[in-house]
Design a protein around this ligand. Structure first.
Ligand SMILES: [Zn+2]
Length: 138
């Protein structure tokens, strides 16, 4: 019974010690990636919609698609492209608002394509993961 108690204690201790570590690692790697994914994902979506449109146009011209099919595909992907463009604009617009309000602490300040460090205000390279001025993780 003593050994059983000891095992419970060790497991409990492990969970208490390990869980915050796991949480922290997950949060650290998730946050910047999530931001990148939103923008990169939207751009990818836009691109794939444009590519599909181009492809459909090509197939139509080479006779692989009927008028009807081409119209359906064109409508579908045009709507998708417009929708994604609107999302992109909204996303970039939201970032623009942040840059006019530097008091929004802890957030990455974005003004168009130029980024500035939220910690020291240093201008950042596009896609930089750390600030070259103060070393803050971005
Ligand atoms: Zn900095």
């Amino acid at each position: 019974m003593l050994i059983f108690g000891a095992i419970i204690f060790i497991v409990a201790a492990f969970v208490v010690v390990a869980l915050p570590l796991v949480d922290k690692t997950a949060a650290d790697s998730d946050e910047p990636v999530a931001v990148d994914l939103t923008l990169a994902g939207l751009q990818e979506e836009k691109e794939s919609a444009y590519n599909a449109l181009k492809e459909a146009e090509f197939d139509y011209e080479t006779g692989k698609l009927s008028d009807e099919d081409y119209e359906i595909i064109k409508k579908k992907y045009s709507a998708k492209a417009v929708e994604t463009l609107e999302k992109l604009e909204k996303y970039q617009g939201a970032s623009g608002v942040e840059s006019r309000e530097p008091s929004d602490e802890g957030k990455e300040i974005t003004s168009g394509k130029v980024k500035f460090c939220p910690g020291c205000g240093n201008k950042l390279e596009t896609g930089a993961k750390f600030c070259p001025g103060c070393g803050q993780k971005l």
